[in-house]
Ligand binder design. Structure first.
Ligand SMILES: [Zn+2]
Length: 441
């Protein structure tokens, strides 16, 4: 058992002074109690506040290699789709060794930014020509090993990919074949994909199932993958509604929108996390609410790619829980993701205080829950809140950081969300172990 005594501890009741959090040997929070006379086994953290560790619900770690490198002209009108070609070119280069190296570096950066868990939406599975590695999960194993070596908790969201896009004609049900640069993402059959998933699941890996999008897998895959996830209580994640073109193509072929298609094939329920939902319409939002699904927004990536701004106010009114992801890793900073969720919503609706739990509240507490508890639920993790029974995942805030000067316990969360970056973080703890310490600590 170890005992930590920061100046402030963020519990479900807010920031509390003079508390000690006790951590069992297996890395879970055992108890929180008032600080008494110091015992020699208590570790004091003077000048620090502990927050729950942030949960990065949606990452493609290898895309970190593209940071700063996709802003030159690729065409007369650059969009998500021209960026995607640059990303495919990068994905073509990856080997088991290089995906390990870039993922390790990216995960270490995440720990410095206060993320303690990550959902890795992993789709570069096979050799560039589509041939299997030996063993078939070699790339996934490299990602898992990078997580282990960095010290971050990884949920491997094994991505199913089958085709290049919707079929233009309803008579050709198999859809467009994958392009040469998509071959290494694709499994030859649903059974081949499920065999890989089953091998990872039975090996004890933290696993989720992630059909890439309604573009990339046929409808019978959606149905079967959702059933497999339900059977084994695995998170089910899918990109949807990031781009208008996807919605238009889905409507042409299926006469419904992507989220309606998921509902039609039994792939929308409380285990489902929709990545983006940027252009979700009212009937899709009603379906999400009815099925108790959640949405993961990725504001820095959505801004970088020019995707658009999610319908935050409508999602909030419909009580859809939101979580965050660093997605392309163009930036890795949970405070910046959360700030841009609220700021882009303010710009969309031209008013302030959009993402709030009730009329009187400030955004800080709701934004923090998006960055912690909701993400933990999306990944099926027992973390995201500092209370007994939860994993001891913390980020320590340096209360003397210049950006925070003037803070009070009542507005510290808002000061963090609107006035600071993750540079104010001094330590990161995962499962009761300190895995990173900055120079300020
Ligand atoms: Zn993504």
């Amino acid at each position: 058992m170890q005992h930590l005594a920061p100046d402030y501890l963020y519990t479900p009741q807010g920031f509390q002074a003079n508390q000690v959090v006790s951590i069992s040997d297996n890395g879970y929070i055992d108890a929180i109690r008032e600080r008494g006379p110091e015992s020699e086994i208590t570790t004091t953290l003077p000048g620090m506040a502990l927050l729950p560790g942030f949960v990065n619900t949606h990452s493609h770690a290898f895309q970190r290699a593209l940071r700063g490198r996709t802003h030159h002209a690729r065409s007369a009108r650059d969009t998500f789709w021209t960026w995607r070609q640059a990303m495919y070119d990068e994905a073509q280069q990856l080997t088991p060794d290089s995906i390990y190296q870039i993922t390790l570096q990216t995960y270490r950066e995440m720990l410095t930014a206060g993320y303690t868990s990550v959902g890795e939406f992993h789709y570069v599975h096979h050799q560039p020509n589509g041939a299997l590695y030996e063993p078939a999960n070699r790339m996934a194993e490299a990602v898992i090993q990078a997580g282990r070596d960095a010290g971050i908790r990884v949920v491997l969201l094994l991505t199913a990919y089958a085709r290049g896009g919707f079929t233009p004609s309803p008579s050709a049900l198999e859809g467009q074949p994958p392009s040469p640069t998509q071959r290494r993402f694709c499994d030859a059959s649903l059974d081949a994909f499920l065999a890989r998933a089953e091998e990872l699941r039975t090996s004890g890996a933290a696993l989720g199932i992630a059909p890439h999008s309604v573009r990339a897998v046929p409808e019978d895959w959606l149905h079967a993958l959702a059933a497999y996830s339900r059977l084994h209580h695995l998170p089910f994640h899918i990109h949807a509604d990031e781009q208008i073109a996807e919605i238009e193509q889905c409507q042409q072929v299926h006469h419904c929108t992507p989220i309606e298609l998921l509902a039609r094939y039994g792939a929308l329920d409380a285990g489902t996390t929709i990545i983006h939902a940027t252009h979700a319409n009212q009937s899709e939002i009603a379906l999400l609410a009815q099925q108790q699904a959640r949405v993961c927004v990725c504001p820095t990536t959505e801004g970088d790619l020019g995707d658009g701004i999610a319908p935050y106010a409508e999602l909030l009114v419909a009580h859809i829980p939101l979580c965050i992801g660093s997605d392309s890793n163009t930036r890795i900073d949970p405070l910046e993701e959360l700030r841009w969720a609220e700021y882009s919503a303010r710009m969309r609706y031209q008013r302030r205080r959009i993402l709030i739990a009730d009329e009187q509240a400030s955004p800080g507490p709701l934004l923090l829950s998006y960055g912690t508890r909701v993400g933990a639920a999306a990944l099926g993790l027992t973390t995201g809140s500092i209370e007994p029974g939860m994993a001891a995942d913390f980020v320590a805030v340096d209360l003397h950081a210049p950006e925070l000067q003037g803070w009070t316990p009542d507005d510290l969360l808002d000061t963090l969300c609107f006035g600071a970056s993750s540079a104010v973080f001094a330590q990161t703890w995962v499962q009761g172990k300190q895995v990173w310490q900055g120079s300020a600590a």
